[in-house]
Design a protein around this ligand. Structure first.
Ligand code: C5J
Length: 225
């Protein structure tokens, strides 16, 4: 550990200098609708096992973060029960037989308060861990995330969750534009599509870390330990 309290994490494209008191773990959309068999994701024909492999490393990282008293924030993608915040284009996109707001075995798809919208039990938020309900792919759009991070003095984000190329990537880009340094542990993010997993991570760390850094949860944990 440096005298200023930072630790060095081996990462790509180069070492990440992590300040534990200023670094939040931001877990994106680890929701039943995306991860559980029978959920919205699987109903679209996706292979949920590609996302489920991220659960165990996320649990380890989350427990470690909690054990160190570091800031944890969760997000959920979803909409008001009246769907007033659902853009019409998002409702019909994909031309699926079931779309957002429709009934499903886990309640209305991606609607706040429904079972499928909730976070999987393995990563369930604890009291004091803010949950950001977001209507979009990025966690900053139409939410109070930026204000919460500012009030807590957070300048760095370790971003995990699903999916790598959609909500994780969008959030990392939004965070980067707002001045946050983002570190993405590759084992803790997942995509239904292996090629998007690979490219989603490459996009973040390309060009000298154009949006952020990529590492592994083991490296983050051992550096802070
Ligand atoms: C998607 C997400 N893929 N959380 N949502 O629609 O990435």
């Amino acid at each position: 550990m440096h005298s200023n309290g930072t630790v060095l994490v081996e990462a790509e494209p180069y070492t990440y200098e992590l300040s534990p008191s200023q670094c939040a773990l931001l877990i994106i959309d680890m929701q039943r609708d995306f991860l559980e068999p029978g959920g919205f994701g699987e109903s679209l024909g996706n292979d949920v096992s590609q996302l489920r492999r991220t659960i165990e490393p996320n649990v380890r990282l989350l427990e470690f973060w909690r054990s160190k008293g570091m800031q944890v924030i969760h997000t959920r993608e979803g909409h008001r029960p009246d769907l007033a915040d659902l853009p019409p284009a998002k409702k019909v996109r994909g031309k699926g037989t079931s779309t957002i707001g429709d009934p499903s075995p886990m309640g209305r798809i991606l609607v706040r308060g429904e079972a499928g919208h909730d976070i999987i039990p393995e990563l369930y938020p604890k009291d004091g861990e803010p949950i950001i309900d977001k209507p979009g792919k990025g966690a900053f759009w139409a939410t109070d995330l930026h204000a919460i991070l500012q009030h807590k003095g957070i300048k760095q984000l370790v971003v995990t969750g699903v999916t790598t190329e959609v909500c994780v990537n969008t959030t990392v880009r939004e965070a980067n534009d707002r001045g946050y340094d983002c570190l993405v542990p590759e084992d803790c993010v997942g995509s239904y599509f292996p090629e998007f997993q690979e490219m989603g991570l490459k996009m973040i760390k390309a060009q000298g870390g154009i949006f952020g850094w990529v590492s592994h949860s083991d490296k983050i944990i051992s550096s802070i330990s």
